[in-house]
Design a protein around this ligand. Structure first.
Ligand code: TMP
Length: 203
């Protein structure tokens, strides 16, 4: 039985997910919660190898279907090895990216059938689903400039605009779970918005 709360942070590259995850972790710990901060892809030792397979720009031959399955494989390992044990321990888990990223990047971005992406990933994650998701929203034209250009980040602005639309449609379809927070402004201002979005649900 899952006991802790599973919170995910989503958003396009460069919007500041790690900064916000760490600020949120600090705040929840100040309130007395025991928190695990983790991320996908690469939140486990094996996952870090999958991450480098996925993101190394030299892997030009990596097939898009392989990409879908590698993200799902990383997720299967991560959920089983790290996320579920922490939740069973009663911890709050703050995870940067989860199934919504696969829906947005591989579904909306690459054009894979959304239902297929959901089915593969529900299976890979053993049915685990976030209790709460904060989607940090920002214009790709502005935020991508802050990225380093890995295999995914080298994709076009059109691709990233589709990914953003995907996240916004997910949020619209599930307003109780997914809160949209603007990623614009200082990290403190964004952090305040994140806390407000979670108010009443935790902390
Ligand atoms: P990161 O930069 O947030 O660590 O994520 C690595 C990249 O992987 C980022 O460009 C988003 C991408 N990604 C997907 O395309 N699908 C997924 O399911 C996940 C988890 C990440």
């Amino acid at each position: 039985m899952q006991q802790g709360l599973f919170i995910t942070l989503e958003g396009i590259d460069g919007v500041g997910k790690t900064t916000q995850a760490l600020l949120l972790k600090g705040e929840l710990e100040r309130q007395g919660y025991s928190v695990l901060h983790t991320f996908e892809p690469g939140g486990t030792k094996l996952g870090s190898k999958i991450r480098s397979l996925l993101l190394n720009p030299e892997h030009e031959e990596l097939h898009s279907m392989t990409e879908v399955l590698l993200y799902a494989a990383d997720r299967a390992q991560h959920v089983a090895e790290k996320v579920l044990p922490a939740l069973k321990d009663g911890k709050m888990v703050i995870c940067e990216r989860f199934i919504d990223s696969s829906i947005a990047y591989q579904g909306y971005g690459l054009g894979f059938e959304i239902e297929a992406i959901k089915t593969i990933n529900h299976w890979a994650a053993g049915g685990l689903w976030p209790d709460l998701t904060v989607y940090l929203d920002g214009d790709p034209a502005q935020f991508l400039a802050k990225t380093k250009g890995d295999r995914i980040e080298q994709r076009t602005l059109d691709y990233y605009n589709r990914v953003r639309r995907g996240f916004l449609e997910i949020a619209q379809a599930e307003p109780d779970r997914v809160k949209v927070v603007s990623a614009e402004g200082t990290r403190e201002a964004v952090s305040q918005r994140v806390l407000q979005a979670l108010e009443g649900r935790c902390g």
